[in-house]
Write a protein that binds this ligand. Structure first.
Ligand SMILES: C[S@@+](CC[C@H](N)C(=O)[O-])C[C@H]1O[C@@H](n2cnc3c(N)ncnc32)[C@H](O)[C@@H]1O
Length: 244
């Protein structure tokens, strides 16, 4: 049975690598590197920096993984994702058989932590492989650290959600961390919130804005649009905390 290490590399900076993740890197023979166009080219660069910096005195192979295009979701988001995962699963199955010969160990460098909005574990779960997970620092942790805040209010829950869901409406009385927001959902939510926003967290182009949502949302929209135009891609995450 093939053995695969799924290594959380932290969300943004090679400095977020844990000692456990560095040890794991040095056990991998073949790294499978997904390639998803312009945004992923920047992320791929961070992954390559990590390999060069932390792998000591041993050879390794890098295998590019072509990521099939996901069909537009329409009103069947789950169906579109399931089909996409099936295509990826078939891809990985072939690649593992081709490259993991003679008990070679495979590895995936997962942005942030594999447990959060990442399909690697779900896809590997469809295959007959042995998986070991090494946790990493998520974008949520980096966001909180860079703003110097705790993510929850005392004894209160926090919802982790997506821009798509946030745009459709946030639950009352619960603070929310929004990720995967291609739609600037913060500009559409109802209610009185403080926002703690961060883009390119941990990277050299990091941008942070915080304040009462009503006061800073135009600034965030403007900075987000400018940065996106300048870099050709953006990744941002934010906490919406209800004002009491
Ligand atoms: C597919 S999810 C992956 C999350 C990742 N597994 C983690 O643990 O943070 C990608 C989303 O995470 C957030 N994200 C990841 N890295 C980020 C960063 N460096 N700065 C801001 N947001 C980031 C963004 O909301 C982005 O759309």
């Amino acid at each position: 049975m093939h053995k695969i290490l799924v290594i959380g590399i932290g969300a943004g900076s090679p400095d977020y690598m844990t000692v456990q993740a560095i040890d794991a890197l040095n056990r991998v023979d073949v790294f499978f590197m997904p390639d998803k166009g312009a945004e992923k080219a920047a992320l791929r660069h961070v992954r390559e920096q990590i390999l060069e910096r932390f792998i000591q005195g041993r050879g390794y192979e890098e295998v590019g993984v072509e990521i099939p295009q996901r069909r537009p979701a329409g009103d069947d988001y789950r169906g579109a994702v399931d089909d996409w995962h099936a295509a990826l699963t078939a891809n990985y199955d072939l690649l593992f058989d081709r490259h993991l010969v003679d008990d070679k160990i495979g590895g995936f460098l997962v942005w942030g932590d594999p447990m959060l909005y990442d399909s690697t574990l779900r896809i590997l779960g469809n295959l007959d492989v042995e998986v070991e997970v090494i946790p990493g620092i998520t974008a949520v942790q980096v966001l909180a650290a860079r703003h110097g805040i705790a993510i929850n209010r005392i004894g209160e829950p926090v919802l982790l959600t997506t821009g798509r869901k946030a745009k459709a409406g946030l639950p009352d009385g619960v603070d929310s961390v929004v990720m995967l927001d291609g739609e600037q959902a913060f500009a559409h939510v109802d209610g009185d919130y403080d926002i703690f926003w961060g883009a390119y967290l941990g990277m050299k182009d990091e941008i942070l804005v915080s304040g009462r949502l009503a006061d800073v949302k135009d600034e965030i929209e403007r900075k987000r649009a400018e940065a996106r135009a300048a870099h050709g891609w953006i990744m941002d995450t934010y906490l919406l905390r209800q004002r009491t």
